[in-house]
Design a protein around this ligand. Structure first.
Ligand code: 1CP
Length: 342
């Protein structure tokens, strides 16, 4: 069935602008915090019934047009034989960072993504429970963003180790990126087989690169991932700080380009050659009040131009966000975007 969300992604006629929000399930919700008091983050990801519950609960509370699988872009690194933990408050830690060409050469050439079976089970449980008019988005990290965590050993601001490997040893870089690209394509295919009708490729940190470096060191691998997926599946490609990369990101083969909150949608529109756009309200607006939310939503809808626009934030919801304001945001998008089509 063609959901409203899928039609918007394909730039087809719609009766209003669909809406979902990056990180719509997470710490800003009391029910999530309660579950987290009893289970670690990785336990939530690895128990399909819990992952499904978190996904469906957020979708139901917010009444958004798409659910996104509850998982993380870093789960795949466990298939490389790396040890992943989430330290309290500090984000992800990969214990043996892959910093040198020797470390890269020790990684398996082919990653077995069958180990991520719990993800595919969660996808099919979610699909069974989700109303048919609601889309289910699968996702993965793009090779560059996942590689950056493997090389840095966790989050980073400057990506210095990553860039050193990339500039100094192209062979090792190519091997790491090709291995990740192949595994990511397979991982997304399996999510699609399990019931996802669309996928988002998160290249959250690609914006730390110049367009020339993006084209040389990143674009071929993200292209490989997106182009190996079935043609009829909707693909969204998102990064942050990517105003100057949007044209290249669109060319990788997505149907929809995700736009961060620093980039005007009108500018993005000129870069993506007729593809749909997703975005781009600043998540900080959700820390204000109803009037501000309404004004900012109207502005995003105006810039989005109706057809070919999926309403979203320009990056993930932050943990301090009040749930009521998020619900208000979704209601406002629904009302205001249908009014603008009358
Ligand atoms: O409960 C907790 O303490 C864990 C917090 C949390 C959550 C709820 C993390 C840790 N990941 C997630 C879920 C998650 N991650 C989703 C699920 C669904 C949803 O959107 O509702 C998704 C899509 C992601 C993707 C993800 N993980 C990205 C890409 C998106 C983005 O925000 O740019 C990235 C970079 C990660 C890595 C990650 N996971 C978690 C943390 C704290 C981080 C680090 C972020 C950083 O390096 O700053």
């Amino acid at each position: 069935m063609e959901t409203l969300f899928l039609r918007a992604c394909r730039n087809q006629p719609i009766e209003r602008v669909p809406v979902w929000l990056m990180r719509q399930a997470g710490r800003y919700m009391a029910e999530y915090r309660e579950l987290r008091a009893r289970h670690s983050f990785l336990e939530l990801c690895k128990q399909p019934d819990l992952a499904a519950e978190v996904t469906l609960h957020a979708r139901q509370v917010l009444q958004v047009d798409a659910a996104i699988l509850f998982a993380d872009i870093l789960l795949i690194v466990e298939c490389l034989g790396l040890k992943l933990t989430f330290a309290k408050g500090d984000g992800p830690v990969i214990s043996e960072a892959v910093r040198t060409p020797e470390a890269v050469s020790r990684l398996p050439r082919q990653i077995e993504v069958g180990e991520l079976d719990y993800v595919y089970k969660a996808v099919s449980l979610i699909r069974q429970e989700l109303p048919p008019e609601i889309s289910l988005i699968g996702f993965a990290g793009a090779p560059f963003t996942v590689a950056s965590y493997c090389v840095e050993g966790g989050s980073s601001r400057e990506f210095l180790h990553t860039k050193r490997l990339m500039y100094c040893d192209f062979q090792a870089w190519d091997r790491l990126m090709s291995t990740l690209a192949e595994a990511t394509a397979e991982y997304l295919k399996r999510q699609i087989e399990a019931g996802a009708d669309s996928v988002q490729l998160f290249d959250s940190w690609a914006g730390c690169l110049s367009p020339a470096d993006y084209r040389k060191y990143v674009k071929p691998y993200s292209t490989k991932v997106l182009q190996s997926l079935p043609a009829d599946i909707v693909k969204i490609h998102f990064g942050r700080g990517t105003a100057l990369l949007l044209q290249d990101m669109a060319e990788c083969g997505a149907d929809v380009v995700g736009v961060d909150f620093m980039t005007p949608l009108a500018w993005a529109r000129q870069q993506v050659g007729g593809k749909a756009l997703q975005g781009n309200l600043d998540p900080a607006v959700l820390l204000t009040d109803r009037e501000t939310v309404r004004n900012e939503v109207e502005e995003v809808l105006r810039q989005g131009g109706g057809q070919g626009h999926v309403f979203n934030l320009g990056h993930g919801i932050v943990p301090q966000t009040p749930v009521d304001l998020v619900k208000y945001l979704v209601e406002t998008v629904r009302e205001q975007s249908s009014v603008s089509f009358l």
